[in-house]
Structures are given as structure tokens and as C-alpha cells.
Design a binder for this molecule. Structure first.
Ligand code: AMP
Ligand code: MG
Length: 423
């Protein structure tokens, strides 16, 4: 086999141009139905409109006594008023007959407020029927209070959640209230992840790493977790050696995946065979190389798979490079495939806590922690920014973006931070 350094010409796109090309190829996947109990994290495929009135009846916000406000006006500890207790209503009981003047109905939280009553006096403001058959009201602060009106929460025809909404535990509460057992959601992308490199070792061969004979595959598990966090479904293809045969065999196993992500073998070395193997399979490159650091050897393109074309991201193998290029390109792509309205990370303005120096020719993505509260936050580097280092990634809460053309940021200057974890 002839071996040589990579000789194809690099595109050296700006981050923005590369991003635009990636997301312009992202089409939402089909919709599926999932059970409400397993729907957290999915994006809604349709708008959800209420067909019920909630609460279904005017109901009590307190345990106490349903009364007419006019009957309790002026009540105070020194001048209590006494009402006849005619009955009791609990949540689930019918509301029953009208509350007449001079009457009170003992009522529990959530129970229907009987007609006639417009107030619920909390039990603490009464003698709790010390004399059976009647109740003493010692305060009128609850006059016209503590009745939750029917329909306050939702009404028929009301839009509850819009298509594209990412389901949170709170949204699941809303869908349960609206009576959904099955939820129409977008199918999340399946993402095949291929680690490449002769030097890499999986955990079952970690003895080689201890003996100084191999490098741990940290990217495979990390990127699988990043796919899952983005709402996708990771499928690990294991580690391929730097040989055409091994790469081709693993890539063929990924034919059914919505997306293929390769890690490593993406740059200039003679063992960097991923692109050459892809070329042999009819790969249509979109771009290779972006004016960014870390991550400049990132590539994107399409692999023919029968009647469809599979999007392929070739991420560089250095851990910080793989991490950053996933965040910048792969995650927004997966969010779009999964039908999420919210595709981008939140960006906030922070102040630099130290001077930052970066070459002006590249967009820099510095791994940072974020200190302080919103409006007054500062960023701190997680440590050395070498792209080959993994240890700082665990402390990374955001990526500080230093745009092309900027080479110096002074302490206290404003910087844009893409938040990847709530600090
Ligand atoms: P490459 O992109 O294949 O040239 O790899 C660049 C550097 O990243 C090399 O030092 C590799 O050993 C390292 N590397 C590649 N893949 C991984 C991986 N899956 N986990 C950890 N390090 C990796
Ligand atoms: Mg390699």
C-alpha cells in the first residue's frame, strides 16, 4: 500500500460558513409515538391543544369553610361571627346545594366550592367547630379569597405546547393534565460513533495504557454521552485500527445510522486514512478544515447509502478538538434532526478574569468555568488549553468564543460564552 501525507487542498472555511453548510443539510426526521412516561427530552412533533377545562370546577385553595363574603365581613378575634355548618365537601365529592346566608360548608383543598359561596375561610381563622354544628370565624381576611376558578389552568382549544418544544418534567405534567398517554415526538437521530487509531485502547485493554503502551479511548464514551445529551441515540462502533480494511469494515456496519461520526485520522498524517476510505465509498465532501482552534481538521460530507445519503462528521482525535467540534457543529445538526425548536446553546456575555491572547487568524474556543451570577459573570480558563488534554473538560461549563481578527482580550473585557452547562 502506498502511504503518504494528506495532499488534498483544505477549504479553511470560517466557523460561520462551516456552520451554515452543516445546518443547511439538516432535515427533521419522521415522527414517532412514545409513552408519556418515557418522553422526557424528546421534541414534540405536533402542537398540543387542550380539549378539557382545568380545573373542571371552582375549587377550594384551602382547608376551611366555604361561606358568603357578606357573612364574614368585619369578623375579628375580638368580634368573631358564628355560622351554621350544614355539611362537608371533600375533593371528589359533588358540590351539593347552595350555601345560604348564615351558613358555612366545611371544605377540603381541591373540593368543589358549592354555589352561593364565594370565599373559603382558612381553618386557622376559625374555632374549627369547637361547638358542633357551628363555626366561629375570627378574621375576615379571606373574604372573596381562596376560590380557584374553573378553567384557570387550561380551557378547550388553548394551545398548551407548540411543536418543537423539548419535553421537560414540567411539560410532562402539562401533557398528563391534558390526558395524553402517548406523545407524538420527532424520532431522535441514531449516531454511529467510530473511534480510529492503532494506539487507542478500550477499557478491557487498559493494562497497555498502564504499561505505557497505549492511549485510552476517551473520546468514544465522551461523544456517546454528548450525543445522548443532545437528544440523539449513540451507537458505538468500537475502535478501528489505522488500516483501510478495518475502517471500511466498521463504516459498513453503520449503514443504517442517521449520522456517522468518525474520530481521529482526520488530519495530515500518513495514517490518517478516514477520508481516503470514505472517498473509496463515494463520499461527497462538503468541507475539510475550518479556521478554528481547537478542531481545525474537522470535516463534513455525505456518504451514499443505497437510496439515501448519510451525513458524516470527521472529528479530529485530540480530546478538546473532538469536544469543541461536536459542540459547534454536530450538536446543532442533531438538534435539528430531532425536531427541537431550541437548537443552539445559550450565549451569554461575561468578563474575562485574566488577559487572553489568541492568534487573530483563527476563531478560538476556550474551555472555561463561569463564576458569579447573571449580568455579572466572569470566566476562568479550566487550565491549559492544549487540544490533546482531556482533564479540563470535566470542569468546562462554557466555551469562550474569541472571534477571528481578535488577538487580545484584557482582564475585565466582555467576552461571549456559549454555555454548555448551567454553572
Ligand atoms: P488523530 O486525529 O488521529 O491524528 O489523533 C490526534 C490525537 O488524538 C492523537 O494523539 C491521538 O492519540 C488522540 N486521539 C485520537 N482518537 C482518540 C480517542 N478516541 N480518545 C482519545 N484520544 C484520541
Ligand atoms: Mg489517529
Amino acid at each position: 500500500m502506498t502511504r503518504s501525507f494528506e495532499s488534498r487542498s483544505a477549504d479553511w472555511l470560517s466557523v460561520e460558513e462551516a456552520f451554515n453548510r452543516v445546518v443547511s443539510g439538516a432535515a427533521q426526521l419522521d415522527s414517532i409515538s412514545v409513552s408519556l412516561d418515557s418522553s422526557v427530552g424528546f421534541a414534540l412533533a405536533n402542537d398540543v391543544v387542550s380539549d378539557v377545562t382545568l380545573p373542571p370546577w371552582d375549587n377550594s385553595a384551602m382547608d376551611g369553610y366555604a361561606v358568603r363574603a357578606e357573612d364574614v365581613q368585619g369578623a375579628s378575634p375580638s368580634a368573631p361571627l358564628r355560622l351554621v355548618v350544614t355539611r362537608q365537601v371533600r375533593a371528589g365529592d359533588p358540590s351539593g346545594a347552595v350555601v345560604e346566608r348564615g351558613e358555612a360548608v366545611r371544605i377540603m383543598t381541591g373540593a368543589p366550592v358549592p354555589p352561593g359561596a364565594d370565599s373559603v375561610i382558612r381553618v386557622e381563622d376559625t374555632d374549627a367547630e369547637g361547638d358542633s354544628g357551628s363555626v366561629q370565624v375570627r378574621n375576615d381576611r379571606d373574604a372573596e379569597k381562596n376560590v380557584r376558578p374553573a378553567g384557570q389552568d387550561m380551557r378547550p382549544g388553548e394551545l398548551l405546547l407548540a411543536r418543537g418544544h423539548t419535553l421537560s418534567p414540567g411539560s410532562i405534567g402539562v401533557l398528563a393534565a391534558a390526558g395524553l398517554q402517548q406523545v407524538p415526538v420527532c424520532r431522535p437521530a441514531s449516531v454511529a460513533i467510530l473511534t480510529t487509531g492503532d494506539e487507542l485502547r478500550s477499557p478491557d485493554r487498559f493494562g497497555d495504557v498502564r504499561a505505557g503502551l497505549g492511549i485510552p479511548d476517551s473520546n468514544g464514551p465522551m461523544l456517546a454521552a454528548m450525543v445522548a445529551e443532545a437528544g440523539g441515540r449513540p451507537e458505538r462502533l468500537g475502535i478501528a485500527d489505522d488500516s483501510r480494511e478495518a475502517l471500511a469494515a466498521r463504516i459498513s456496519q453503520a449503514a443504517d445510522a442517521d449520522v456517522l461520526v468518525t474520530i481521529g485520522g482526520a488530519s495530515m498524517g500518513e495514517a490518517d486514512l478516514v477520508k481516503r476510505v470514505l472517498d473509496g465509498l463515494g463520499y461527497e465532501p462538503d468541507f475539510w478544515r475550518v479556521r478554528m482552534r481547537p478542531g481545525s481538521p474537522v470535516g463534513f460530507g455525505w456518504l451514499p447509502r443505497g437510496s439515501r445519503r448519510q451525513p458524516v462528521f470527521s472529528l479530529p482525535g485530540n480530546p478538546a478538538s473532538a469536544f469543541v467540534t461536536f459542540e459547534v457543529f454536530v450538536r446543532p445538526f442533531l438538534r435539528r434532526l430531532g425536531g427541537h425548536a431550541r437548537t443552539e446553546r445559550r450565549k451569554i456575555v461575561c468578563r474575562a478574569s485574566v488577559p487572553l491572547r489568541t492568534p487573530a487568524a483563527l476563531t478560538y474556543f476556550l474551555r472555561v468555568g463561569v463564576d458569579g451570577s447573571a449580568g455579572d459573570a466572569t470566566v476562568r480558563l479550566t487550565g491549559s488549553q492544549g487540544s490533546g488534554l482531556v482533564s479540563g473538560l470535566a470542569r468546562t461549563e462554557g466555551l469562550t468564543i474569541i472571534e477571528e481578527g481578535v488577538s487580545a482580550v484584557e482582564e475585565g473585557d466582555e467576552v461571549t460564552v456559549m454555555l454548555i452547562r448551567e454553572p
